[in-house]
Design a protein around this ligand. Structure first.
Ligand code: GLN
Length: 241
């Protein structure tokens, strides 16, 4: 039994980086952790907070350019911690605005550069139009991934960095090379809001499994009735771009 096994989920910058339903990712992790027999412990980190010592999963959302400006200095200040945790294979999910800032920089529409923590070998340049709409990608590890994107940034991956998937409908990283997101160590970074995890529970379980294995050396999944997730996926697949 996994009874009372605690898993701590840290939400980065929920005040400033949490749009298009991204908070739903944390709620899905909480509920699926419970279903799998763990005790979820949710904590938030906002600028100026003390960074917690004990973290098992880190989640970050999207934000307006202005939100990215607000958190930038603080993000740079916790960069060494985030690098250490990433290299220690802590699972992380970074959406859109924080995905961009886990990279080298985001150069915005008005030309200013928001420096990132360079954990991912990517750079992002605002393009002439917003890339917005429903998006479907195919991935090796998670099958079809469904979500919604809305970003001006066009992200380009350094050589050797693996995308999360290949875009079937929508823009993805940059609207040009059909890549979407990044897979690096146990980090999943993606442009997909929606929120992502309610319609893509396989990704939630991946994060939970990695966290459980790191902390407890084992993971015995419960079989979860995902019929509502399946229905949501069916509907989302039929929606226009
Ligand atoms: N501000 C960034 C952009 O427009 C990120 C947007 C988002 O997180 N949805 O590209």
């Amino acid at each position: 039994m996994n009874d009372q096994k605690k898993i701590t989920v840290l939400q980065l910058y929920p005040r400033d980086m949490n749009i298009y339903g991204d908070w739903g990712n944390t709620l899905v992790l909480k509920r699926r952790l419970q279903w799998h027999g763990y005790e979820p412990h949710l904590i938030e980190y906002n600028p100026g907070d003390a960074f917690p010592d004990d973290v098992d999963i880190i989640v970050g959302g999207g934000g307006q350019d202005s939100g990215q400006d607000i958190i930038q200095q603080d993000l740079l200040s916790i960069s060494p911690r985030l690098h250490d945790l990433a290299e220690a294979d802590v699972p992380m999910l970074m959406i859109c605005g924080l995905y961009q800032l886990f990279g080298k920089f985001f150069k915005t529409q008005d030309g200013h550069v928001i420096e990132g923590i360079g954990l991912l070998d990517i750079e992002t340049h605002a393009g002439p139009e917003r890339l917005a709409g429903n998006i479907i990608t195919e991935s090796h590890d998670f099958g079809t991934i469904i979500g919604y994107e809305n970003h001006s940034g066009q992200t380009f991956l350094g050589k050797g960095l693996k995308p999360l998937g290949t875009v079937k409908r929508g823009a993805g990283n940059n609207g040009q090379d059909a890549t979407e997101g990044v897979r690096y160590r146990n980090i999943i970074a993606t442009y997909l809001h929606g929120s992502l995890l309610p319609k893509n529970p396989a990704i939630a379980d991946f994060l939970i499994e990695k966290a459980a294995m790191r902390k407890y050396g084992e993971f015995t999944p419960t079989v979860i009735d995902d019929r509502f997730a399946s229905l949501a996926r069916e509907v989302a697949l039929k929606r226009p771009r």
